[in-house]
Design a protein around this ligand. Structure first.
Ligand code: MN
Length: 430
């Protein structure tokens, strides 16, 4: 029997594509030169213009309603519809784009080379929350400050997070201007003001909230997974010197909100279904989650097996034509809490989530040095610089450095899918 696992597309370059084969079909907002932003779906190296598919009369029912909700160049209203129209659209696109589709000739002119299109943020983000669920990262960073007691006593009970800043979220490719700020130089008692000297990245999973909740109404853990519209990659650029001086007592502030970069494609819950896993067992001696965060089904299949990669190219390497240096390979299985637990915890006090709100997971480091999700951890706070093929050393990011994040889901017997890239190049202040 032919299944979705081996389904092929008449879009030839989609077959075996590392990110966007027929099985993925992520949604995003793109624009062609001198056109307004609209919704498209990534297929191979192309983008299928869904507005044109709609206009051609190829959609009806819930799939039609789904694309109508993307008008205006943002997916918020589409996210608000929940999973039924999203699944209907996916089913229809699977049929339209499959090998042997009778609509190939009609659809061909609605495909645009992705390289000629500009990607935008997929939704207008009302609120952005950044969590801290990478327990290995929390331990590594905690050790730098408190060698004997790296994790604070609340860590294994409360999904730790802070409210981030939605206004400085940007799509992949946006330049990262080195921020200015206050720092306390080593050995000084008075702060200095100037450009950040310890600029870093953080490898994170981004979560797009679909349907929200009424203020005052918590989302129960058993229903929380239904509120996720899809996932992306998130780089939480961090100014470590500014952070070290400002973070007490209320947590990160200006060290985190000069820019946060997102991969522009929303990889849907449906595409990710084959890559769900049971939540890894907690180490012996760790407490069980409190009952409001514990659900059998969520524990059985609420985690994701997504491989994450961070690459660095410096200006020198780019000029010399050297390949990118891989800084880390990690995995979303390093999350101490599931996505559903984050949603339930966030709303348990009655806080309202709205369609298009965004969560960051926190830095997802693994246990070994080749899986650390930030330079802070890789260089132990700048003590052990990274050596690059160009002969350059890096403690933190220099102007001209580009960070590229990728994500890939691989499983035996299933088509691999990817997230597309989350890139940003650091530039000095003009
Ligand atoms: Mn972060």
């Amino acid at each position: 029997m032919k299944t979705i696992a081996d389904a092929r597309s008449w879009v030839e370059h989609a077959n075996g594509h590392c990110d966007f084969p027929l099985q993925n079909l992520p949604l995003g907002i793109f624009s062609r030169p001198s056109h307004l932003p609209r919704c498209g779906v990534a297929i191979g190296d192309a983008i299928l213009d869904l507005e044109e598919v709609l206009t051609a009369g190829l959609l009806d029912g819930a799939a039609k309603m789904a694309v109508e909700a993307t008008r205006g160049g943002a997916l918020n209203a589409f996210f608000a519809l929940g999973s039924v129209p999203r699944v209907a659209l996916r089913e229809r696109l699977l049929a339209l784009l499959a090998e042997g589709s009778e609509y190939q000739a009609v659809l061909q002119p609605m495909l645009y080379p992705a390289g000629e299109c500009l990607m935008h943020l997929p939704a207008k983000v009302g609120d952005y929350t950044d969590f801290y669920v990478g327990i290995q990262h929390a331990t590594n960073v905690g050790k730098l400050f408190r060698p004997d007691n790296p994790l604070l006593p609340n860590y294994k009970y409360v999904p730790i997070g802070y409210h981030g800043r939605a206004s400085t979220l940007r799509p992949s490719g946006t330049e990262v201007v080195r921020p200015n700020g206050q720092t306390l130089p080593a050995g000084q008692t008075e702060p200095s003001f100037g450009p950040c000297a310890r600029l870093d990245y953080e490898l994170e999973l981004g979560m797009w909230i679909g349907q929200g909740n009424e203020m005052g109404q918590a989302i129960p853990i058993a229903e929380a997974g239904e509120h996720v519209a899809g996932l992306c990659l998130l780089n939480d650029w961090s100014a470590r010197d500014i952070q070290a001086w400002e973070y007490q007592p209320l947590g990160p502030f200006l060290s985190k909100n000069f820019i946060t970069t997102l991969s522009p494609w929303v990889v849907t819950a449906e595409a990710l279904a084959p890559f769900r896993r049971s939540q890894p067992d907690r180490p012996e001696g760790d407490p069980q989650p409190l009952p409001y965060l514990l659900d059998e089904q969520d524990q059985a299949c609420g985690a994701f097996d997504i491989e994450l990669e961070v690459l660095l190219i410096t200006a020198c390497m780019r000029e010399a034509g050297l390949p990118a240096h891989r800084l880390a390979i990690s995995n979303t299985l390093n999350m101490y809490w599931t996505v559903a637990q984050l949603i339930t915890h966030h709303t348990v006090n009655g806080c309202q989530l709205q369609p298009g709100d965004l969560f960051g997971s926190g830095t997802l480091s693994g246990a070994t040095a080749n899986s650390f999700g930030s330079l802070l951890e890789i260089t132990e706070g700048g003590k052990r610089p990274v050596e690059l093929a160009s002969g350059e050393m890096r403690k933190f990011l220099e102007d001209g450095d580009e960070i590229i994040m990728r994500a890939r889901c691989v499983r035996e017997g299933v088509a691999s899918i990817g997230f597309g890239e989350c890139r940003g190049i650091v530039v000095g202040r003009p």
